[in-house]
Design a protein around this ligand. Structure first.
Ligand code: ADA
Length: 566
């Protein structure tokens, strides 16, 4: 939403990033908190995570953030927050506006402002674990749930009829045909107004629309002969700009088609082999907040290793990261939040409702990005338990309803007894041979066992992605025995994985190594004891992105695969 790409020309947009007033309220219950009585004796960066800073490191509790925004004129305003960890309540001028459940997704707050007013915005942020309030973030997950306003914040001035969203979908690549949907405020007064659409700066549509005949949505189809397609090898991007009355919206898109064909995944009709990593949005100094330089350097390292694929584990990645993947030609599996949920969660309407909202918010924020080629849900949940099947059906169904143009999947850690695989377009398996069981020699055997089993249960004729596989390596740890936790063992294991999966037998169409970057794990003792340093050490770079031995191993293998590709 921010950064190099300007999304609006006519609509006044104010960036609210910077230094906000801050107060740590600790154990307080958010319900009785009156925004106007908070003292605010500290300051905090937005975007940022308070519990990654020296004073509040490791603290859980309620925190309050405050800023003021100057409103030039009377009218409607929209505050857009790209991600607050992990439960929050927003106040404007002391009035409670809304709560939001779950970090990592965009949400907004509308309010009416007065001329020449300094609007006071207060956000109560809670990073405690409370299943009833926020069932999407649970303590046992294998990552540290940092707290704060971790992604950018903007204030938009809305003028009726304002554009709610501009969605661009490739309907066909031959001929080049795009479906454009301009969603606008459904309560806009009926009447006629001008709609203009430009494509890469040239006007391709200009007409007068009657708002009463299309309440809330205007749909058009554009044919654009000769335009360049987007693909990982040639990530050509285009710019669509819609102007409706006094409002406007700009989206950067790629024209491309994703399909499955038996075991193959096709981009623009061509089979693609996805090679890459899982990635966590975490950094020791910034928590879940991702400074621009970090996002860019992550993408640079991923490209340097010859990677064309990232699985956003285990929550929707920052849209600024997706923008960079659009540019770099990196395909992304964008995933709603989830981690090893039980049948108890999956049969609880409160949990399922929060998941549905998370999915809707994820799709709304990232659907125009060509890099997103796959939607995912519910990492490693109880997909082997029949009682969970209706929820898989419902969530995958909702994804298909929201976006019929991309395949859907989920990462299963039940390769031998999963009961939901038939519901997914792509079968995705997480498995750790050579790490949680056996030695490196177990890698080819287990991968073969999995594919044989999938074939035997009629799931072998779909694309298969090995969505997690890997080994821990404590940065800098070497030992002449070359055992687990050494950089050497990790490199050897990952070498065996890539060799077997692609160089020796082309059975899977994708691999997401677990994982790109080391990251801090939860404070829950049971898991912590299996995680030296308190980090998940299975990255090929450490938490500061310093390469381990496996970086070079992977780089050699992935680049060799890329050479074959070209
Ligand atoms: C699981 C899980 C990952 C991570 C991994 C590991 O597969 O999906 O998030 O926890 O195990 O490192 O053990």
């Amino acid at each position: 939403m921010t950064g190099r790409f300007r999304r609006h020309d006519r609509r006044p947009v104010t960036q609210l990033n910077g230094t906000w007033d801050f107060e740590f309220l600790g154990d307080e219950d958010p319900d009785p908190v009156d925004a106007s009585s908070i003292r605010f004796d500290d300051a905090m960066a937005v975007p940022g995570c308070f519990d990654a800073t020296p004073r509040y490191a490791g603290r859980r509790g309620l925190a309050a953030y405050r800023t003021r925004a100057y409103l030039a004129e009377e009218g409607r305003y929209r505050l857009i927050l790209d991600g607050v960890q992990h439960w929050c309540r927003v106040f404007v001028n002391g009035e409670k506006m809304r709560d939001h459940v779950g970090g990592f997704t965009r949400f907004s707050v509308d309010f009416t402002g007065h001329q020449a007013e300094e609007a006071e915005i207060v956000v109560l942020v809670d990073n405690r674990f409370n299943y009833d309030r926020c069932p999407l973030h649970l303590e046992y997950f294998d990552w540290y749930h940092f707290g704060g306003i971790a992604r950018p914040v903007e204030l938009h001035r809305l003028v009726d009829p304002w554009i709610e969203g501009l969605t661009v979908t490739t309907e066909s690549i031959d001929p080049r045909r795009l479906a454009i949907a301009v969603d606008y405020d459904a309560t806009a007064p009926p009447g006629r107004t001008n709609l203009t659409i430009t494509f890469d700066g040239a006007v391709v549509l200009s007409e007068t629309v009657d708002l009463s005949s299309t309440p809330g949505r205007i749909e058009r189809v554009l044919e654009l002969p000769g335009t360049l397609l987007w693909s990982p090898g040639e990530p050509n991007l285009h710019v669509i700009h819609a102007t409706l009355g006094e409002d406007d919206a700009r989206e950067r898109i790629g024209i491309r088609q994703i399909e499955t064909d038996g075991r193959r995944l096709l981009v623009n009709g061509e089979p693609i082999r996805l090679v890459g990593f899982n990635r966590h949005e975490a950094h020791p100094q910034f928590g879940h907040a991702q400074p621009e330089a970090l996002l860019i350097s992550d993408v640079q390292q991923l490209r340097d290793m010859g990677c064309n694929f990232v699985r956003g584990s285990h929550y929707p990645q920052d849209v600024r990261f997706l923008d960079l993947c659009d540019e770099a030609g990196i395909c992304v599996w964008q995933e709603a939040i989830g981690w090893q949920h039980t049948a108890e969660h999956l049969t609880d309407e409160n949990f399922v409702g929060a998941q549905l909202t998370n999915i809707e918010e994820m799709v709304a924020a990232s659907a125009n990005r060509p890099s997103v080629i796959l939607w995912g849900i519910l990492n490693e949940s109880e997909s082997h338990v029949p009682a969970c099947r209706p929820t898989y059906e419902r969530l995958l169904g909702r994804l298909r309803e929201l976006d019929p143009t991309r395949p859907v999947t989920y990462a299963s850690n039940h390769p031998y007894d999963d009961v939901c695989l038939d519901l997914a377009d792509v079968v995705s398996i997480n498995r750790y041979p050579g790490w949680y069981f056996g030695g490196v020699e177990e890698v080819p055997k287990e991968l073969d066992r999995i594919t044989e089993h999938l074939d035997s249960v009629g799931q072998g004729e779909k694309p298969l992605i090995i969505s997690e596989i890997g080994a821990g390596a404590i940065p800098g740890w070497h030992d002449q025995h070359g055992v687990r936790w050494t950089e050497h063992y990790q490199a050897e294991l990952l070498d065996a994985v890539v060799r077997h999966l692609f160089a020796e037998r082309e059975r899977a169409c994708g691999l997401a190594v677990w994982l790109y970057n080391d990251f801090r794990t939860t404070e829950e003792v049971r898991r912590l004891l299996g995680r030296p340093r308190g980090f998940n050490d299975k990255g090929v770079v450490d938490e500061y992105r310093r390469p381990k031995l496996a970086y070079e191993t992977i780089r050699r293998r992935f680049l060799a695969l890329a050479d074959e590709r070209d």
